[in-house]
Design a protein around this ligand. Structure first.
Ligand SMILES: [Zn+2]
Length: 286
């Protein structure tokens, strides 16, 4: 069992990630967030060999416009998907025009199917917060988290033993401070209810990389005004050179390559790990 992902676009102009769950019996193709317009999403899926009609589920981390584009409500495709939204964001999703019959609210733990358990971790971000997603698929574990004001212990407890991690790296602190943004906005972004700085993100990555063996680290939601991919690259070269070869920095304008993720080297069929994966929802309940 394996999965592939491509960040179709990420940033304040719209976030959307394609995840392909390779299941020989029943492959499942999903999106995390739908912050690009339906047309733009289709445009970026095409070169990767996928179409909107193949998407079964859309997981929504939170309902800000850059994660749930309001054009979806007007699209004739809108009713073709299962829109999976945390219970706390349900009202906002309805207000955004997603038909109630297509909405499937989730709580802390849910399943896409028998082989795909998901744990949702509530995180601080503005009023309603956002959800970090730990997606299990067979023996594979993918952590996906963006738009969090800070990294609480609950996230570090959940995001262990990952095979791939996608996490925001929103701003460079010095660039943010020197920017001509109004003070209230700087405070909102940096005050623990906004976004993670490059350093905060790297700290979390280093902690999460200590267990398991990450095949990919994907950085999300880089600010166009207060960040620079080259700076981030340099930061990793200096402080996490061992991760540099596994690093992908997503951007607003084009999809990343398809990144393939398997269960840990040699352990994909290891009964202990596979068993833990399949049951991680249950075993973590205690
Ligand atoms: Zn956002």
């Amino acid at each position: 069992m394996s999965l592939s992902l491509s960040v179709l676009g990420s940033g304040s102009g719209g976030n959307c990630t394609l995840v392909v769950l390779h299941d020989p019996a029943e492959p499942r193709i999903i999106l995390i967030d739908a912050g690009l317009s339906p047309q733009e999403t289709a445009n970026r899926l095409g070169p990767l060999g996928y179409r909107l009609t193949q998407i079964s589920d859309i997981l929504v981390t939170h309902t800000d416009h850059d994660h749930l584009h309001r054009g979806w409500a007007k699209s004739k495709r809108c009713g073709d998907f299962i829109w999976r939204v945390s219970r706390r964001h349900l009202g906002e999703a309805v207000a955004a025009g997603i038909p109630a019959r297509c909405l499937e609210p989730f709580d802390e733990r849910f399943r896409l199917d028998e082989r795909t358990p998901i744990e949702a971790i509530a995180l601080p971000h503005d009023d309603l917060g956002t959800m970090g997603l730990l997606i299990g698929h067979g023996a594979v574990r993918l952590g996906y988290v963006t738009d969090l004001g800070r990294v609480p212990p609950s996230l570090l407890r959940a995001f262990t033993d990952l095979d791939a991690l996608a996490i925001e790296s929103n701003y460079d602190r010095a660039m943010q401070q020197a920017s001509d943004r109004p003070d209230f906005l700087k405070r909102r972004i940096m005050g623990g209810l906004g976004h993670l700085s490059n350093e905060q993100s790297l700290d979390a990555v280093l902690t999460m990389a200590r267990s398991g063996s990450l095949q990919h680290v994907v950085l999300l939601h880089l600010s166009r005004h207060c960040n620079d991919p080259q700076l981030v690259q340099q930061l990793y070269a200096k402080q996490a050179p061992h991760l540099l070869g596994r690093l992908t920095i997503s951007n607003q304008y084009a999809a990343t390559p398809m990144l393939h993720v398997t269960g840990q080297a040699g352990s994909a069929d290891h009964p202990e790990r596979a068993g833990r994966q399949l049951n991680f929802l249950e075993t973590r309940q205690g």
